[in-house]
Design a protein around this ligand. Structure first.
Ligand SMILES: [Zn+2]
Length: 210
């Protein structure tokens, strides 16, 4: 059993996906924003904070507040967690999301919904790459008619101080040069003649392990 420095039990991404129990879990994983073309924000009623399925920011008659209210953007987006066992998509919102993107919800709404542009995420990809985070997740579910939806949301995250070898060498940046050098090695082996063919087949292929 692995525990965090604060004594919480860690579970793997595969386990959190398969467990039927709901609640708060702790994982150690890499974080990546794989969907760059999401809106990164939603509009909610300024009164009751209920999420609205619209990108049109005009005043509306809120049935819950029973008055005319304005819509305000809230930062909310999908982020993927990756460990040795699996990959899962979770949601991150409000302050955590704004902090991760270094942007306010107003700025995000202006870019993705008003201007219909995609966010520039280079600085975020850079910040997340080759890092392992200790992440507190809430798994929750709700039922409507006969379908049950299960969601994972990030409650908090912090960078793990000592990253392990196995975790860091799985990142995109380090896999790419490995593939290139492998191609080069195979090309030179093939060019040097049929006498080396046996050696070529015996050489390990690193990509298959990934
Ligand atoms: Zn409302």
């Amino acid at each position: 059993m692995i525990v965090t420095p604060y004594g919480q039990q860690l579970i793997s991404i595969a386990e959190i996906s398969s467990t039927p129990s709901m609640g708060v879990f702790y994982v150690q994983a890499e974080m990546a924003i794989l969907d760059e073309f999401q809106d990164f924000c939603v509009l909610e009623c300024s009164g009751c904070k209920q999420k609205k399925r619209t990108k049109d920011r005009k005043d509306f008659e809120c049935p819950k507040c029973n008055r005319k209210t304005s819509l305000v953007p809230r930062c909310s987006f999908q982020i993927d967690l990756i460990d040795d066992t699996a990959t899962t998509t979770t949601s991150i919102s409000v302050e955590l999301g704004e902090k991760l993107l270094s942007m306010t919800a107003e700025d995000i709404f202006d870019i993705t919904c008003t201007k219909r542009q995609s966010l520039s995420l280079n600085h975020v990809h850079e910040m997340l790459s080759s890092k392992v985070f200790e992440i507190q997740l809430r798994k929750s579910s709700w039922s409507s008619s006969n379908t049950t939806t299960t969601t994972l949301s990030i409650l908090s995250y912090m960078e793990k101080q000592h990253t392990t070898e196995s975790a860091t060498d799985r990142t995109f940046k380090k896999i790419k040069p490995l593939e290139i050098s492998e191609v080069e090695v195979m090309a030179t082996t093939a060019a040097s003649g049929p006498s080396n063919a046996l050696g070529k087949f015996e050489s390990p292929t690193p990509t298959k392990k990934v």
